[in-house]
Design a protein around this ligand. Sequence first.
Ligand SMILES: [Zn+2]
Length: 528
Amino acid sequence: MFDIIIKGGTVIDGTGDIRRRADVGIQGDRIAAVDDLSHAQAGRVIDAGGMVVCPGFIDTHVHSDVALLHDRQHAAGLRQGITTEVLAQDGLSYAPLSRENLTMYAKYLGGLNGTPPIDWDWSSVAGYRAQFHNRVAVNTVYMVPHGTIRLEAVGFRDVPLIGEGLERARQLIRQGFAEGAAAFSTGLSYYPCSYADTDEMVALCETVAECGGFYVTHLRTVFREERFDAVREAIEVGERSGAPVHFSHFRPKPGSPGQTESLVLPLEQAIDRGLDVTAELYPYPVGSSYGCMFLPLWAHDGGPDAILQRLAHPATRRRIARNLDPSLGSWQSVRFSSLPSPANRYMIGRTVAEIAAEQGVAPEEFFCALMLEEQLQVGFVVQPPTDAAVWDGYNRDVLTLLTKPYYMVGSDSIPSGQQPHPRAYGCFPRILRLQREHLEIISLETLIQRMTANAAARFKLKDRGVLAAGKAADVVVFNPETVTDRATYDHPFLFPEGIEHVLVNGGVAVSSGVVTGLLKGAALPTLA
Ligand SMILES: [Zn+2]
């Protein structure tokens, strides 16, 4: 007698092995059998005829650190088949932080994560993780965020992390791992992370390696010297510190297809030298971020209140405007995704250049004035390419990279704002559709291994990522003929199609495409 039997489906078990016909029996929160169960009894039978049954997808990169505590059912993720999300990306999260630093950092990150009405009080990694355990729909994994511990160690200041500050940071890393963090993350485009030099990253990652963790890096885009090689820096940090390295959103360049081999060459050379390297990607040609990242390095010193004071001072604001760096594109390609003021909502989905022209001012000036008016809470998405050939080349490159055994999928979902990036609603089904359209590039079995077991192995989720007896019952049932994303840059809130049933820890969280409201997500790893 099982609690649930998923009957008559084609099992793709996450190991990369070839598909097979089998039923899946579930008891409590575990998979009890993957076999012919045609004579077995169950409390509930889910008909999976014509469907693929596979492990729940593990999203290795999300920014739902506060959105998930506000929208605990999290349909955006669940309906993609995502059952586990890795938080604390790019060195940007909220624990461990003193009350004062938390208030300050929440303000600074408002353009990225929003400021939902939730109980903001997390002085420890354990306390923060507890907010998610059995209280949200998906499993969560946490990392020690570099920016966060740097704030606690030396404040929001452009100073080297040495001496006592370094010791304090190291102690916070050790404590974070002891309280269940899986890795250490940084984003060397974001502050205060970007203040760090390579030696600081090596020193911190030595502690990470001692704790048995690994280094998750959003590569540096803020440089103090010319011709700096950010990929080489990440590898150097791994090789000098002994910490394995995971590259966040390591993606091809849209518009120059067919360059995947040269993209991954330095990673593969490092692997050949013995470094443990993995990488993730999302299947969209352009990204999304928040307005603060355009401000020059010196303008960040002191944190959000200091930035706002500088923006309010006419001469300093002019100096900031002259030194803005829309590093993700030009002002023509930066369009608003998130603005808190109702009066400015008409700007959503339009570009900085467009609105500035309407107002008859230079884009730089307009951007600075808006950052001040919106108290830095400005989110943006990059304008997507319009040429179908660019999309097609990019899609092929994404699938080609996913054939590499060290790749996995991280949506980089930012589930907040008025017009978010479509990856928040479409990432995983989109890749499944692309695979169906390009069977010659990658098999479904291999792709599912990247979305499940590969990520579970990297984040040490021992009983996840594989559909086998004894494993946690995180399961997706999808229609391989119809599965597709529907969210686009212009219509980002459209749910995908073809993801029929999603189970999290044995509970049916999506039933026939409908979110059931179950909150069975565990904070992983579960500590005794
Ligand atoms: Zn990110």
